[in-house]
Design a protein around this ligand. Structure first.
Ligand SMILES: Cc1cc2nc3c(=O)[nH]c(=O)nc-3n(C[C@H](O)[C@H](O)[C@H](O)COP(=O)(O)OP(=O)(O)OC[C@H]3O[C@@H](n4cnc5c(N)ncnc54)[C@H](O)[C@@H]3O)c2cc1C
Length: 415
């Protein structure tokens, strides 16, 4: 792998040589020890850790389009670990810690900007709930601070904190180590590092079916032929139910479109991520100056990668209610991804009903922050055929046992 550094940047730039390809296009083999379906962040990170942490030799990632072209390249890039329950907090905190060292680990600038994430309280109830939430985080060793109205106003001066505000701001809480990460860079960084370790990353390769025998899946059928596999990891987000259908089981997952918006660029005006659960809005400012705006799900289940106008209106109404000065902004782009939502807003990570098939799905509106941690724990699960201690509670069996982890408050709005 070519080492990226200031020196290599300068020498390649000044010599006008072409940059070497960041990851290769090796030919597809007939058989692999492990095949990962889905070349999003989770699939690529899993392949990387399968090689790096567990030494699995023949690993392939099959991606029907281009890597990072799914939700990984469509999200609003918020990374945080401010969850309520111990199981979630500890897992997401592990992921944030991996993010903190990821640029160095992958030798790739993922642009992690730990600018903090501020959750607003608009009512007495919000204040009470946030007190419990922030204290629970502290008990689990995760940083969080409760803020009063004047502290909120100092952090986000563009926010309408006046007593006449349509949505009065009473206070809030902040996780200061939260922030944003460049989404494409996460996919590209993992792809480059996995490729260097010998992982075959096969783009334009769609899995269309499975050959299943008594011991589980023997081969995957793809638009590029049949591929034998010892084990199969599924990391296809909004398409997880389709995969399960091919394998003959059902998942407690519904796929919804989720939209995001980007404004024209502005001078620096907002240097933290702001979330307002009551208005269904969150916003941050990108390094290019654009406001990156997101909201809740389009509540019409669909596999179509486009959103509907009612949600556009609701999210932008929230934006101008909270930040009246933004009403003169032009929005430049809008798009949607298809997210895989579970009733308790907790992912599914573990074994499937088919013996050698493993599931990494149900991240819903919030799996970008989970990519390093998800890949780390999923690789462990596949390699050892047992759950990683950090994700043992995320198995499919929790629905049969009634052991749900209801993180709706922490995940109800995408971020
Ligand atoms: C608008 C929006 C905003 C979001 N904001 C945030 C946020 O701020 N913070 C956060 O943490 N999360 C956020 N999320 C959620 C986050 O993006 C996802 O949970 C995460 O990216 C999931 O990663 P993944 O690798 O599982 O899925 P994906 O990146 O979707 O990758 C799955 C891949 O599987 C491929 N695939 C599907 N079917 C097949 C097949 N049959 N054969 C081969 N390949 C196949 C797809 O092409 C796709 O590339 C947001 C999502 C959206 C849509």
């Amino acid at each position: 792998m070519k080492k990226y550094s200031l020196l290599s940047l300068a020498s390649t730039g000044f010599s006008k040589r072409n940059w070497p390809q960041a990851w290769g296009s090796r030919p597809l083999q007939d058989a692999y020890d492990v095949v990962i379906v889905g070349g999003g962040g989770h699939g690529l990170a899993t392949a990387y850790y399968l090689r790096k942490n567990h030494g699995i030799r023949k690993v392939a990632v099959l991606e029907k389009g281009w890597i990072g072209g799914g939700n990984t390249g469509r999200n609003t890039t918020v990374v945080r670990s401010n969850y309520l329950f111990a199981e979630s907090t500890q897992f997401y905190e592990h992921s944030v810690k991996l993010y903190e060292g990821l640029a160095r680990e992958l030798n790739y600038n993922i642009m992690f900007s730990q600018r903090g994430m501020l959750t607003l309280a608009h009512s007495r109830h919000d204040l009470d709930a946030q007190r419990r939430w922030a204290n629970a985080m502290r008990l689990h060793g995760v940083d969080s601070d409760l803020l009063d109205r004047s502290q909120v106003s100092q952090l986000a001066p563009a926010l309408d904190c006046s007593p006449q505000a349509r949505l009065p701001v009473l206070g809030g809480f902040i996780q200061r180590r939260a922030g944003t990460v460049r989404h494409d860079a996460v996919a590209w960084g993992y792809a480059r590092a996995a490729d260097a370790l010998g992982v075959d990353i096969i783009q334009n390769c769609e899995v269309t079916g499975f050959e299943v025998g008594a011991d589980g899946v023997q081969a995957l059928k793809t638009n590029r032929g049949t591929i034998k596999a010892g084990k199969v990891g599924l990391a296809v987000a909004g398409h997880s139910t389709m995969m399960a259908d091919m394998l003959g089981f059902r998942l407690p997952i519904t796929s919804y479109p989720l939209q995001a918006f980007v404004s024209e660029p502005l001078k620096p005006v907002l240097d933290t991520v702001v979330l307002s659960p009551a208005s269904g809005l969150y916003v941050s400012q990108s390094d290019k100056g654009e406001l990156v705006v997101g909201g809740g799900l389009d509540l019409y289940a669909s596999y179509a990668q486009r959103g509907n106008l009612a949600t556009v209106e609701q999210v932008l109404r929230g934006l101008v209610t909270l930040f009246p000065s933004f009403s003169r902004l032009r929005m430049m782009r809008q798009w949607a991804g298809i997210v895989d939502v579970v009733h308790d807003s907790t992912p599914v990570l573990g074994r499937s009903p088919v013996p050698n098939v493993y599931l990494n799905c149900g991240w819903g509106t919030g799996g970008f922050k989970a990519i390093p941690g998800g890949g780390w724990c999923f690789a462990h699960t596949i390699a050892k055929d047992e759950p990683h201690p950090l994700t043992a509670a995320f198995g499919l069996d929790r629905f049969a046992r009634g052991a749900l982890i209801d993180e709706t408050a922490a995940s109800g709005i995408a971020h």
